[in-house]
Design a protein. Sequence first.
Length: 519
Amino acid sequence: MNLLKTLAAISSMTMLSRVTGLLRESLFARAFGVSAYTDAFVIAFRIPNLLRRLFAEGAFAQAFVPILSEYKTQYGEQATKGLVDHVATALVWATVLTSVAGIVATPVLVLWISGGPTGLAKDPGALDASVWMTRLMFPYIACMSFVALAGGVLNTWRQFKIPAFTPVLLNVAFILASLFLTRHMQPRIYAMAVAVFVGGLLQVAIQIPALIKIGMLPRISINPLTGLRDPGVRRMLRKMGPAVFAVSAAQISLMINTSIASKLVAGSVSALQYADRLMEFPTALLGVALGTILLPSLSKASAEGDSGEYSALLDWGLRLTFLLALPAAVGMAALAEPLIATLFHYGAFNSAAIASSALPLTAYSAGLVGIILVKTLAPAFYARQDIRTPVKIAIGVLVATQLMNLLFVPMMAVAGLALSIGLGACLNAGFLYTGLRRAGIYLPRPGWGGFFARLAVAAALMGALCWYAAGRIAWAAMQAHPWMRGGLLLLIIGASAIVYFAVLFGLGFRLGDFKRRAK
């Protein structure tokens, strides 16, 4: 398997997901702007979304895929299918029961996340709307637990396209709800909660044919204890417990930051959400795509005891991360206002909202490389079924992030929250890298010094072009000419990419240097 070609295929699917995601956010901003009711939806969606990442994607994937790869490599198809059946039973029942408990406890959860009496509760209508939407969206985590299981199985079988395409379906549900359903609901924001529920069902449906094709469609037992009797499931749960915190430390910080933002100026939660959506674009295109490829490949190398292949895979991933994440961070900082204006400055989203959302986006850019590096480095530990090291690091980073909030929020308001998350991710990446080096797991190949020097030159020239071009255009004043504004932004991005890669080519970089085949 050509890893670079596979990365391009996954990134193209992820690109489609992120483009439709940006369209969804643009339509959301146009319909609802920045208000207490948009904050209500963001808070409502964040609760089940966090649980999805805790149970269904992050911790689950990191604990499940290495064990699944071990079974597939060493124990054969029958044992592997049994593991999949039992894991599916345990996971689906756990998330269904969590959903039921969450629906019952929703008023307390929303009040806590929204900052208590000084937060969203200042607007009783918005608080009630958040409670209603949270209850409707809680079953989403049960749907996504099945989707995560399917994604882990398909990725282990190196069937990457369906898992990468799956998020598009949620975005399509959002887009259709924004365009058509909002006119039939009161408050109109309720249409977005319905979209989440429907999108979850659609994402489940698309997994089933792909699983049938490889003979791994799980059978879920009506007895929730059946799965827990499997020693493989118990091993996974032991590793998943600590991994819940390790993988989702940034998400827990984001939840705390949501509570802090809800106590700032009205609309701060939404401003952070819009910036977060744009930050996730390069994170998913590179970080998530690389992590998706690396985890099963690293797990296979670890199961076979091939330390040379393991280290070489990681080195390849890190070089690609810096090659693509550095210009993304520079470009995001230089083009924060043009990006926000072009994508969201329509309808109820006014000029003041541009400024309030551009500041946290600029702050996020300071830590973008670190955020993406974590997606590359963390699989190196989980592939070896080492959970303790990332847990220790995650706990320290979570504490450091909140200490940074005490410093940055009084000075920078909502932008300080984004800066804390970004710098916390850089700390996380630094400690993960140090842990790999000290353990002798990763041995960097020669040439990193020259590699960084050439990247710095190319990124500096690209950044200068972005900064100069962005400053020559009044982006907010072009609201009446969206196609012209979008065209200018694409022209600047395209020219900047050409400059970056042309400089690298002149300094000796070649595409063939980054080609790699997985064994």
